[in-house]
Design a protein around this ligand. Sequence first.
Ligand code: SF4
Ligand code: SF4
Length: 190
Amino acid sequence: MSGPPRIGYFADIFQTVKSLAVGMSITLRYCFSRTVTIQYPEQKIDFAPRYRGIHEFEADKCIACDLCAKACPVDCIYIDYSGRGKNAKLHRFAIDYSKCMFCALCTEPCPTECIHMGRLHDLSGYTREDTVVEFLELHEKGLRTPMPLWMHKKDLPAWAAEEKARVERGELAPTVSDADIKPVQAVKRR
Ligand code: SF4
Ligand code: SF4
C-alpha cells in the first residue's frame, strides 16, 4: 500500500529542475557572449611578447656542453656527442615535447646562446614519437625549428606564409627581452 509521497520526493524534483535551470542559463549566456576561439591558422594569434613556444636551435653554435640538458627539470633534452670542448661533435640533439613544460630553464645556462624559446606552438603529428623533435636533422635541412603540418598547406594566409618563409630561411623568431618589455616592442635577435 502506498502512502503520501515523502518530503524528499518533492525536494529531489526541485533540485533536478533547479540544476537544469542553472545549466541552461549558463548555456544561454555563452550562446550570446563573444567568441573566444579562432580559426587558426586562417586567423592569426597575437601571442604575449614573451610567449615561449617550441625551441629554436642553432646547431652550428652548440658546443655539446650538456648544460641545457642538466638544467632541464623533466630530463627531456637528449644529447649525444663525442669529444670534448672545441673537439666536441654533436651526434644528436632532441627534445621530447610530450614532457617539455616550456619553462625556458634550458636556455639560461647555454654559454653560446644557441637554444631559444621560439614563437610556434603547434606540433601536430600522427604518433607519439612525432613529439620528439630531432633538431640536428632539422639543421641538416636548414631549419632551426620544426614546421607545423599546416605550413605544408597551399594558399596560406599572408601572416602564415610570412612565418613559413621565416622558418624556411632558418631565421630566429623576433623576441622581446625583459629590458625591452616596456614599451612592448619586438626586438630582432639578429
Ligand atoms: S623548456 Fe624547460 S622543460 Fe622544456 S626542454 Fe627546456 S628546461 Fe626542459
Ligand atoms: S647548453 Fe647550449 S651549447 Fe651546451 S649543449 Fe645545450 S645548447 Fe649546446
